[in-house]
Design a binder for this molecule. Structure first.
Ligand code: ADP
Ligand code: MG
Length: 688
């Protein structure tokens, strides 16, 4: 919604009825000027439009009615409470309105006045209504009163802000200024989509004449907001269209690549590889999001992309969120690529300085063909000799800026972003709306389902014997704790403490190891490697093993204090097992304390479909929490609800992309207002 510049220039304190004190209260809820005020959206609405005759009042229901002030009573009860009673009647029917501790109320009314009341009427011998909303009807009043007789907005409040006050203020603002709202949507678009004009929208979002008008107002405002957002996406997409690297994926490459593995690629993998091949061999830089559930085999796809890049002598860099995962990918990539004569290198922060210097040099000279690492890869001093492909794995652990920083290390390199948290489409379009998308729903064949059980403390011993049984069969287990160390006043079990306890008292006959984020780099490496080589049976860990870890022999994942984790995180943790040919078991040990935690654990038991889980997760947490980091790229929305208004988003997207296609500079007369609005809201300059 764009309003002529001057509406944002009218400070809120210039509004009638706003003194300096009120102005500072309003500022706290984000209202600095008239425009902000008009955008201060109701949290919900109360339908007080239906006014009943007093003889039809039914106790127990909220209703609006009109009556005459018959009598007033003000007195102090024995408890000290000041009570004001207002008797209102029509015909023979009488209702007593009661206010507690609001002595000023007695000054509001006078006998014989007509008043409108709204609230729940209760029968207690007589009919009472406590703290009703009210309107005093003036002689000859032609407007519908604000508080009753209409659909009334209910705003979010803080401390000294009252509903009545803000309603009046906004009513006044819409009355005075809604005509000055500048309609930024191109007229033809508005006609085509049957959207109401902005004046109507602003008035009716606050004081709707009917449910229908409210819906129209809401749809218009949401459409407009999504339309702006998607136009930005369309612009970004256009930007990436410029010239990049044209890689060569020659015929037969996929075939020889397939021969490097002792398994067949899944159809989903082949399909994604095709997408990537097409992107990379075109001049336009690849800008693709690969979504695949945990265990779907994304690494193989990434390796293929790296192979294509290497054919033209280009470097690939692979950024992952943890050192443990970096080392694992380093091993996986090395096994495949070193025998082909390619140099695979690892770059993480904890490594030996001399080694690091050497590797940095190899990177800058273009001698390192594939560099796997953590955030270390985006440090300023790292320069790449011939970077052609950028891969970000487990992208949800990174912010937009970090992904972009990696991309900027090269000159328009191709980019592949991978995520194991399938993101619902509504969010994908909001946050990754400028990327192409490939999805892998299929997992490699022969994987047994992971069975998930949520158990409580009483089952602890059986959980331990179950682990013994699996170890006897040659398998291994993870046990995850939320903390490294025990802290005072905390009932949380910690990894360090439990590792000791399990080693000495529970599993004296087994080999138990411990890994967590605060171990030294080489210690972590040693534990993980020894565990991978089956020197240990049980690995006690913190969530450092949450992402990416791939050790197919592990068949048990125990998560302690499971009620504390979010759904996505539990699903990721569970994703560490069921990666080989053995049946696997995820055991969630948890005491449920809230509805949300119950919901999460039950969902985990019920489904292992990552897409299903994300939908549920988004529903429970909302988009902000779902995406995690502040840096997630989620725009601040005033009107739209990403999940609820998804169909509007899709329509807006289609329109926005064709708009930018047809008029890339937004220069046509009908689009100029829109262009200005976008530039203002997003602080960008629209250039063709
Ligand atoms: P994720 O998608 O979670 O990153 P990975 O790439 O780590 O999954 O792959 C999980 C496991 O599945 C690895 O051990 C990998 O070797 C194996 N794998 C990958 N593709 C296939 C396939 N087509 N058939 C069988 N196993 C596969
Ligand atoms: Mg992975």
């Amino acid at each position: 919604m764009q309003v002529k510049k001057h509406l944002t220039d009218i400070p809120i304190r210039y509004m009638k009825g706003v003194g300096p004190k009120m102005a500072s209260i309003l500022t706290k809820v984000g209202i600095d000027n008239v425009l902000d005020l008009m955008y201060y959206l109701p949290r919900r609405y109360e339908d007080r439009s239906n006014i009943v005759a007093m003889k039809d009042i039914s106790p127990g229901e909220s209703q609006a009615f009109i009556g005459e002030v018959l009598k007033m009573n003000s007195f102090r009860a024995r408890t000290g409470t000041v009570i004001f009673e207002l008797f209102v009647g029509e015909g023979t029917k009488k209702v007593c309105a009661i206010w507690y501790n609001q002595p000023f109320m007695s000054k509001m009314f006078s006998k014989g006045q007509k008043v409108m009341l709204y609230g729940k009427v209760e029968k207690a011998g007589r009919l009472n209504i406590t703290h009703p909303a009210f309107e005093i009807l003036e002689e000859g009043q032609d407007e519908i009163p604000l508080e009753i007789g209409r659909i009334v907005p209910v705003y979010p409040l803080t401390e000294s802000l009252t509903q009545k006050y803000i309603r009046k203020l906004i009513f006044h603002a819409t009355k005075t200024y809604s005509k000055e709202v500048n309609d930024i949507l191109p007229v033809q678009l508005r006609g085509r989509k049957k959207l109401v004009d902005s004046e109507f929208a602003v008035r009716n979002i606050h004081f709707p004449c009917s449910d229908k008008s409210l819906e129209k107002a809401y749809n218009r405002l949401v459409f407009e907001e999504f339309f702006m957002l998607q136009t930005i996406m369309a612009f970004r997409r256009r930007q990436i269209r410029k010239k990049g690297i044209k890689h060569e994926a020659h015929e037969g490459l996929l075939h020889s690549f397939g021969n490097l593995f002792d398994f067949e690629l899944t159809n989903a993998q082949k399909k994604c590889i095709k997408d990537i091949e097409k992107d990379m061999s075109s001049e336009r830089p690849m800008y693709r999001l690969l979504q695949g559930d945990v265990g779907s085999g994304k690494t193989v796809v990434a390796m293929y992309a790296a192979l294509i890049a290497s054919k033209g002598g280009y470097q690939t860099t692979v950024m992952v969120p943890t050192e443990i995962l970096a080392r694992q990918h380093y091993i996986t990539f090395s096994k495949i690529f070193m025998p082909l004569g390619m140099n695979v290198r690892l770059l993480v922060n904890g490594m030996d300085q001399t080694l690091r210097d050497t590797i940095e040099k190899e990177i800058s000279l273009g001698e390192a063909d594939i560099v796997v690492g953590t955030h270390a890869l985006i440090q300023d001093n790292i320069k790449y000799g011939k970077l052609g492909l950028v891969i970000v794995d487990e992208q949800h652990k990174f912010g937009v800026d970090q992904r972009q920083a990696l991309r900027k290390k090269g000159k328009d390199p191709d980019m592949l972003v991978m995520t194991a948290t399938p993101i619902p489409r509504s969010l994908v379009l909001t946050v990754f709306g400028d990327m192409d998308i490939s999805s892998m729903k299929e997992k490699p064949a022969g994987r047994d389902q992971v069975s998930t059980y949520w158990v409580d403390e009483g089952k602890r011993d059986s959980v331990y014997s179950f682990i013994r049984g699996e170890v006897k069969e040659g398998r291994q287990a993870f046990i995850v704790y939320p903390r490294i160390k025990q802290t005072q006043n905390s009932e949380l079990r910690s990894a360090e403490h439990m590792a000791q306890h399990l080693k000495e008292e529970i599993f004296p006959e087994l080999n138990v190891a411990l890994v967590h984020g605060r171990l030294k780099s080489d210690e972590k490496e040693k534990v993980m490697e020894d565990f991978r080589n089956k020197k240990y049976d049980v690995l006690v860990a913190t969530t450092v093993i949450e992402v990416g870890v791939d050790i197919p022999n592990v068949t048990v994942m125990v998560v302690e204090h499971a009620e504390r984790y979010g759904l996505a995180q539990l699903h990721q943790l569970r994703g560490r097992i069921g990666r080989g040919k053995y049946a696997s078991y995820c055991i969630l040990l948890g005491e449920v304390k809230t509805d949300a935690s119950y919901e999460r654990l039950v969902t985990m038991e019920k489904t292992s479909d990552g897409f299903e889980i994300s939908r549920k997760d988004l529903e429970i947490r909302g988009p902000g929490e779902f995406l995690g980091t502040k840096q997630s790229g989620l725009p601040e929305l005033r009107f739209g609800n990403i999940a609820k208004d998804f169909s509007i988003m899709e329509e807006a997207r289609e329109e926005a992309f064709s708009l930018v296609e047809e008029d890339p500079g937004l220069e046509r007369p009908g689009n100029i207002e829109f262009k200005k609005a976008i530039e203002e809201r997003f602080g960008i300059k629209v250039i063709k």
